[in-house]
Design a binder for this molecule. Structure first.
Ligand code: PEP
Ligand code: MN
Length: 361
């Protein structure tokens, strides 16, 4: 079911509605000089929205926690000197109040704050009646309802210029990414709230500057609306998130290399796509019919096990299935992860059917 939020466009005057909407700037505002140097370089290459963290939620104490309110006049200067819009993160009512007081144009709620309904509510209450775009980053944990809940709290307070930022999700396991993208979550957010702009944050997803182009391209291929990318005039010396920041020149190369595709297919090619989709639909029908048949057999097995008083789970058999199907899947160009997920789901469904049969009177 889709959710109806009362939304207005977040696009500010003077910003074209063409994709992608680009926000760029340092992870943290460090000094007036660093902020202005970076902003001037970004402005020269056409960036219209400048981001900089003033208050930084850090995982461990004694790390740099942002310059705080002294940095707000620097953002004001960015506006005055370059004409760019400014954006910063707010994590509580005081931040929201101060940022608005100093004329920050766009606020975002960080991942750790989105995970905290009390903090989001406090920010929503403080901003009641203020016409300011607010972007909500996904919570650190892969919980779509919590993400939507934060958006609803703001919308219920009358805030209509809302957008989401997809910055990936924390994981315990080591992976190529700093925060796993789990693209199916922002895709589902789009399905649930179709008119909500979604901006992708390749910097915090990747944690590494080398991956930013690939993730940005992925975001564009999935038809998301914009990109927020960390850019610093001297990235290696950055006080936070040094390894994922890029110079304004490197950002320009990334943006120039992006291939932008249309979201609609022109009439001439629509028929070809339609034909291919018909083929896909046919296979999807077949897959479900086969699952139905497979579960009928599972039920027969369940009955057999009941009559012979045998347990449902036979772990040796399950292990053999998984090994055999993973190898077969690889030979058919299917990833191990995909085959694993599909067969785990099939196995679980099969167990559910057997359990039902076994416990029927
Ligand atoms: C940031 O954008 O600098 C930031 C702290 O991001 P996140 O909330 O995604 O960790
Ligand atoms: Mn950062």
């Amino acid at each position: 079911m889709s959710i109806n939020l009362d939304l207005e466009s977040i696009i500010l005057p003077g910003i074209s509605s063409e994709r992608p909407l680009v926000m760029a700037g340092p992870c943290s505002a460090e000094s007036e000089k660093q902020v202005l140097d970076t902003a001037h370089q970004l402005s020269k290459m056409g960036v219209k929205i400048f981001r900089a963290g003033i208050w930084k939620p850090r995982t461990r104490p004694n790390a740099f926690e942002g310059v705080g309110s002294v940095g707000l006049p620097w953002l004001k200067k960015v506006k005055e000197e370059t004409g760019m819009y400014t954006a910063t993160e707010v994590a509580n009512a005081k931040h929201a109040y101060e940022a608005v007081k100093y004329g920050v144009d766009i606020l975002w709620i960080g991942a750790r704050t989105s995970a905290n309904p009390f903090a989001v509510q406090e920010i929503a209450d403080t901003l009641k009646g203020v016409e300011i775009p607010i972007l909500v980053k996904n919570p650190v944990n892969p919980d779509l309802e919590l993400w939507i809940g934060a958006l609803e709290r703001l919308n219920d307070a009358g805030l209509k210029k809302l957008g989401a930022i997809h910055r990936g999700f924390s994981t315990y396991d080591k992976s190529a990414y700093r925060n796993a993208p789990h693209w199916q979550i922002p895709i589902e957010l789009r399905r649930r709230i179709p008119n909500l702009p979604i901006i992708v944050d390749p910097s915090h997803i990747s944690g590494k500057r080398d991956l930013i182009l690939d993730i940005s391209q992925r975001a564009m291929d999935l038809n998301f609306d914009g990109l927020i990318i960390e850019s610093h005039c001297n990235p290696d010396e950055a006080w936070s998130d040094a390894s994922q920041q890029v110079t304004p020149d490197a950002l320009k190369c990334i943006l120039d290399r992006l291939v932008l595709r249309h979201s609609d297919v022109d009439k001439q090619h629509a028929a070809t796509l339609e034909e291919l989709r018909t083929q896909i639909d046919k296979y999807d029908d077949e897959i479900l019919n086969i699952f139905e048949q497979r579960m009928k057999i599972a039920e027969k097995i369940g009955l057999f096990k009941k009559q012979n008083n045998v347990t449902i789970l036979q772990s040796g058999r399950w292990d053999a299935i998984l090994k055999k199907r993973t190898t077969m899947g690889l030979s058919k160009g299917l990833s191990e992860d995909f085959v694993n997920k599909i067969f785990s789901a099939i196995h679980q469904e099969s167990i559910n059917h057997q359990t039902r049969v076994m416990n029927e009177e």
